[in-house]
Ligand binder design. Structure first.
Ligand code: F6R
Length: 281
């Protein structure tokens, strides 16, 4: 696992957007797993800026979102609390992705069709050849997607019941907080682990404890994000606040600064001082 700590949330968001854009540019038919939530809003804003500046082309990207609420009224496209609406609003409406290639779990399916919709979602990912990179946030409960504590590491897309912690985290985001559903359809932990690469972003102090537990604590299904420790190609981007409770911060910084694969992502200042030092020799 690579852990990258940036001084500010804005820098962490920009770096995350750059990793995504570079991956798409390297392989245009990219299968991109996406996440919603406050943490992602500026990542998508950065990607929109990059698209408008001609730096990234989404025309052949196929996307799969992690999750969607179950029990919202009306249509996914028009219900402002839905994750489909979030994605259209923050990203899809502003870039050249073909909306037919964007997938969000169908939490709006009729009650007796939800299980079939979850299975169909897994099949769609499989038919597309699997997800190349899955973007992840982390909830206060330690969830990735909506995989609350006690989710099996082999779980697949399914309907889950949310925890009180998640209700408290997300209900303030609702037009009417009491309208937040208690259930959601989410990719499983196992589904996430199948992605070829994982990219988790966490920012701000409120995530510091859960980030430390997820990255440096024992692997446990009480904290779904600890599953990242089992993945062979996981990247975690943090701001200094979210990283503040990590024990081995200095080691991660040292590795990031010296790993050739991250050379292009070094903060400009550091790059410049290295160039200066070289010039002096
Ligand atoms: C969203 C998702 C969640 C969020 C997590 C963090 O699609 O799957 O796991 O990433 O709840 O949410 P924020 O960013 O609002 O703190």
């Amino acid at each position: 696992m690579d852990i990258i700590v940036m001084p500010t949330a804005a820098e962490a968001e920009l770096l995350t957007a750059r990793i995504i854009a570079d991956a798409i540019n390297a392989k245009p038919f990219y299968k991109l797993g996406l996440a919603t939530g406050r943490t992602m809003e500026n990542v998508y804003a950065e990607l929109v800026k990059m698209y408008k500046a001609g730096k990234v082309d989404f025309s052949r990207v196929i996307s799969f979102n992690l999750d969607e609420y179950v029990g919202l009224k009306g249509k996914a496209e028009t219900n402002k609390d839905s994750y489909r609406y979030f994605m259209n609003y923050h990203l899809f409406n502003h870039v050249n992705i073909d909306k037919r290639n964007t997938h969000v779990p169908n939490g709006f399916a009729p009650a007796d069709e939800l299980d079939a919709a979850a299975i169909a979602y897994e099949e769609e990912m499989e038919d597309a050849g699997g997800v190349d990179m899955q973007l992840l946030g982390i909830g206060r409960s330690g969830h990735i997607g909506f995989n609350e504590p006690m989710s099996s590491f082999s779980s697949r897309t399914r309907v889950v019941t949310l925890t009180k912690t998640t209700y408290e985290q997300n209900s303030p985001l609702f037009t009417k907080p009491e309208d937040m559903p208690m259930r959601a359809m989410t990719m499983g932990v196992g589904t996430c682990l199948d992605a070829k690469r994982l990219l988790l972003l966490a920012t701000h102090k409120e995530k510091a404890n859960i980030v430390a537990a997820a990255l440096e604590g024992p692997v446990t299904n009480m904290i779904s994000a600890t599953a990242l420790q089992l993945h062979e190609n996981a990247v975690v981007v943090l701001d200094a606040d979210a990283a503040s409770k990590l024990k081995y911060k200095e080691e991660y910084a040292f590795q990031f600064a010296n790993d050739p694969k991250w050379a292009a992502y070094q903060p400009a200042k550091r790059k410049a001082s290295r160039a200066k030092a070289k010039a002096k020799k």
